[in-house]
Design a protein around this ligand. Structure first.
Ligand SMILES: Cc1ncc(COP(=O)(O)O)c(C=O)c1O
Length: 389
């Protein structure tokens, strides 16, 4: 039988071995990880909300009022007032009649796609879509067609060729992210909504990295562009800019009811702890408030500043800034160098998280970073990348 040690050795040999790092502090601009004090550019806590006193208080009060666990799955007796309240809030913020909250974003996409798509249906997936979308699509047994990243022509061709062969009973869905998690670039969302309408397809948009960051109220790119109505499924996570945990799908009442009946990650799992949802509700209140706008302004100040300092090395318009190095070992070496010499934590992202030979440093910016932090990052990057040339 294949020994785990052999597999681990194979991973080590091609610089694809992963291991866990332990934080000794909460998330934040500065952290202590494995005993070293570091500036943190590795977290998706885009607004710095993981340590917000009001959200911590909501979690504490929620625990006192509702206990530490939901006790059972949602359909048995695990649907408590905080679950219902958060689903109503998300539905209303996302301009949809209903929403379903899952334990996390991964389970949301998995549950939706595997629950509503079946053999004979067609899923059109962007090539750079997140693992949760790929896994949900695979689990569904629907036909999976992958189109090149953001390639509208290819998407239209696939829509045309697959739409015609579908029976009235079958479904076709386009699955994209609004901000791509490892590249930080945006989908051509308006154009995709037009194609979806033209060919009568469904559309799922994963806004995991857009919530809190885009739109007047931080509700994401669909809101910013005014195309929420054209999207059937608004997917997101509360684990990034909302600083808590949980995932959601906002949609029509009928789709939500179908998920309640068919989404196995929703049905066969203990409901998320009520206090987690109390914290998430408070986080959404902050994201949509004046305070949220100020945090977004601070985040965008940091994004623009780093762009200017990197002098054209990156073109993304999001809080995710990838610097592609290519080789896995060289990327790991650069990440280690940033840590040992400059006390900066920027993760090396490698295959299979990104395609082969596109290993990269993935910088995540936050409203919690100061301009001094950004300046130090830019100086360190220019030195570290030179060391490696
Ligand atoms: C684009 C995207 N979708 C979904 C997820 C999953 O969300 P969660 O971390 O809440 O499971 C992530 C997080 O890694 C992500 O980057």
């Amino acid at each position: 039988m294949r020994k785990p040690q052999d597999e681990l050795q194979e991973l080590e040999q091609v610089s694809l071995m992963r291991s866990l790092r332990v934080l000794n502090t909460p998330q934040g601009a500065s952290i202590t990880e494995d005993g070293s004090s570091l500036l943190n550019f590795a977290s998706n806590d885009y607004l710095g909300l993981t340590t917000h006193p009001e959200i911590i208080d909501a979690a504490c009060q929620g625990t006192k009022k509702w206990g530490t666990g939901a006790g059972s799955s949602r359909l048995i007796s695990g649907t408590m007032h905080p679950h219902d309240e958060l689903e109503c809030t998300i539905a209303s913020l996302k301009n949809k009649p209903a929403a379903r909250v899952f334990a996390n974003g991964y389970c949301s996409s998995l549950g939706l796609l595997s629950g509503i798509m079946r053999k004979g249906d067609v899923i059109l997936l962007d090539k750079l879509a997140h693992a949760s979308l790929i896994d949900g699509a695979k689990l569904s047994a629907a036909t999976l067609r992958v189109f090149p990243h953001n390639d509208l022509n290819k998407l239209e061709k696939l829509l045309k060729s697959n739409r015609d062969s579908l029976t009235a009973d079958q479904r076709i869905i386009i699955v994209i992210e609004s901000v791509y998690s490892m590249d930080g670039d945006l989908a051509p969302l308006l154009e995709i909504t037009k194609l979806k309408e033209k060919y009568g397809a469904l559309l799922l948009v994963d806004e995991a990295h857009a919530l809190g960051v885009y739109g007047d109220t931080g509700m994401g790119i669909a809101h910013e562009l005014g195309c929420t109505d054209q999207i059937d499924f608004h997917m997101g996570t509360l684990g990034k800019s909302a600083g808590t945990a949980g995932g959601y799908i906002a949609c029509s009442q009928a789709w939500a009811d179908l998920m309640t009946n068919k989404s196995r990650s929703f049905i066969y799992s203990t409901a998320p702890p009520p206090a987690q949802l109390c914290a998430a509700s408070k986080a959404l209140e902050i994201i949509t408030s004046e305070e949220g706008s100020l945090l977004r302004a601070a985040l965008w100040r940091n994004i623009k500043m780093l762009h200017t300092l990197l002098n054209g090395a990156t073109t993304t318009t999001s809080a995710i800034i990838p610097l592609i190095i290519g080789d896995s070992q060289a990327t790991l070496d650069t990440s280690h160098l940033l840590e040992s010499k400059h006390a900066i934590r920027v993760p090396a992202v490698r295959y299979p998280t990104v395609p082969k030979n596109t290993a990269r440093l993935r910088i995540s910016l936050s409203a919690a970073h100061t301009t001094d932090h950004i300046q130090h990052l830019a100086n360190s990057l220019s030195q570290a990348l030179c060391y490696n040339v």
